[in-house]
Ligand binder design. Structure first.
Ligand SMILES: Nc1nc2c(ncn2[C@@H]2O[C@H](COP(=O)(O)OP(=O)(O)OP(=O)(O)O)[C@@H](O)[C@H]2O)c(=O)[nH]1
Length: 434
């Protein structure tokens, strides 16, 4: 059943019950009116009968023509009243018929009484009294019957009132039961649909757009659920395309970051990345009181290699130099091209000893694995300067120290390692720096 129909049933039911109650009350009012009318009618009959009775008594005392005339007038009026009766139910109509029969007999009896009244014989006296008593008895029977008619009318009204009360009570009871059942069914429907929707919204909130809500039937709720599913599908598609876009952006951002921080020839970090990373490592080194050392190396007589083999081979030699160095480094170490044929290796948690060992390993490896150009070894050596971080020193100062050591290595004949003589960063338990 459609929700609209179910909602319309409430006012329709209330209007129907109210109408029935009004009709019922109107019916009772009409019945009461009819009883009042009958009471008036019976009062009129009783009044005329009473007149006839008193007229009869007067006639008995003085049997004059005047009283006969009055009797006839009253009797005529009574006949007219009985003839123009209101419409009555069968039982009351039977009673009225009996009154009409009695009325017809009144004149016969009165005529006989007149006849006997004119006869002065003493033996007629008893007969006259008999007719008079019969006439009075008949008049009283008319009064009794008419009173009975009123009683019947009142009884019929009472029955009718009881019927209407039962009918109204039944209607109110049935109506309220039906409307309550309707309200309960509506509230269950509403609660079920709201629970369903709540589940759907929670799923969406959790990022799950694929769960479709079950739409049963063809009511407004089912229509709403279908619209909800449609919205969920649209959102799912939008989210998928947004996710794909975000993935693409992430990939491109990563590529751009890589390009921005990488030397295009050797694919090691560039100077910019070196500076960024150095800043982090210096802060970490100071915080954890760990040594931080740099290794600065430069290819020896590189100009000669370029001149001998050409610039392109010189490029390949630089790449070879980087790959060999990387092979000897730890994961946390960072190699960066500092400029031209000069490279820096940033060594966290490493002191001078560790850096010197690495420098020697790189030199040894270079000796073992020279660059080969067209089947011919290209002899290449490097000079290395090492410096470790001192207290209150900037990274530029540290590089300058390493550069000073490198200079000394060059001066010492190249292909060797020199260490900066600045005061190293020393870890002292229980205090900060020394
Ligand atoms: N092939 C190549 N050569 C480069 C690159 N960058 C710098 N160079 C060359 O490297 C050479 C460096 O020469 P110098 O500064 O005189 O030093 P060197 O010849 O290595 O001599 P020392 O450093 O004193 O041993 C120059 O000829 C530069 O042109 C590069 O990316 N590729």
């Amino acid at each position: 059943m459609k929700l609209k129909t179910q909602l319309y049933m409430f006012p329709t039911g209330v209007v129907f019950i109210t109408l029935c109650i009004f009709v019922s009350l109107y019916w009772v009012w009409k019945q009461s009116d009819a009883v009042f009318e009958r009471e008036g009618y019976v009062a009129e009959i009783n009044s005329l009968v009473s007149h006839l009775e008193s007229n009869l008594l007067l006639y008995e005392e003085n049997p004059s023509r005047d009283y006969i005339k009055r009797w006839e007038e009253r009797h005529k009026q009574l006949t007219v009243v009985l003839h123009d009766s209101p419409s009555l139910p069968p039982e009351q109509q039977t009673l009225l018929n009996s009154i009409q029969g009695l009325n017809r007999g009144l004149n016969v009896l009165f005529e006989r009484l007149q006849y006997l009244s004119r006869d002065p014989k003493p033996e007629t006296h008893a007969l006259r009294r008999h007719f008079r008593e019969k006439l009075i008895a008949q008049l009283e029977t008319i009064v009794e019957d008419s009173n009975q008619l009123v009683l019947l009318a009142r009884q019929s009204l009472r029955e009718s009132q009881l019927d209407q009360i039962y009918m109204i009570a039944t209607m109110l009871l049935v109506g309220s039961v039906l409307l309550t059942a309707l309200a309960v069914s509506l509230s269950i429907r509403l609660r079920n649909y709201l629970d369903l929707l709540k589940g759907g919204v929670k799923e969406m909130e959790a990022g799950n757009f694929s769960t479709k809500l079950a739409s049963v039937g063809a009511d407004e709720f089912a229509e709403f659920i279908r619209e909800f599913n449609h919205m969920q599908k649209t959102l799912e598609e939008t989210t998928i395309s947004r996710d794909a876009l975000q993935k693409e952006i992430d990939q491109r951002t990563y590529a751009l970051k890589h390009i921005a921080s990488t030397d295009p020839l050797t694919q090691v970090s560039n100077r910019r990345k070196l500076m960024e990373q150095a800043e982090l490592e210096m802060a970490r080194s100071l915080r954890h009181q760990e040594p931080l050392t740099v290794l600065l190396f430069d290819a020896d007589h590189f100009k000669k290699i370029n001149d001998t083999y050409g610039h392109a081979v010189g490029d390949q030699v630089l790449i070879h130099l980087c790959r060999l160095s990387e092979a000897e480094m730890r994961e946390n170490d960072l190699i960066a091209r500092y400029g031209g044929e000069e490279f820096v290796i940033l060594l966290p948690h490493t002191d001078i000893t560790g850096a010197s060992e690495l420098a020697q390993r790189i030199q040894a490896r270079l000796k073992e694995q020279p660059f080969i150009n067209q089947g011919e070894d290209v002899p290449i050596t490097i000079s290395i300067g090492i410096a470790t971080l001192s207290l209150n020193q900037s990274f530029t100062d540290l590089l300058n120290d390493a550069d000073g050591a490198l200079y000394r290595a060059k001066q010492a004949g190249r292909n060797c390692v020199k260490v900066s003589e600045t005061r190293p960063f020393v870890k002292v338990p229980g205090s900060s720096f020394s």
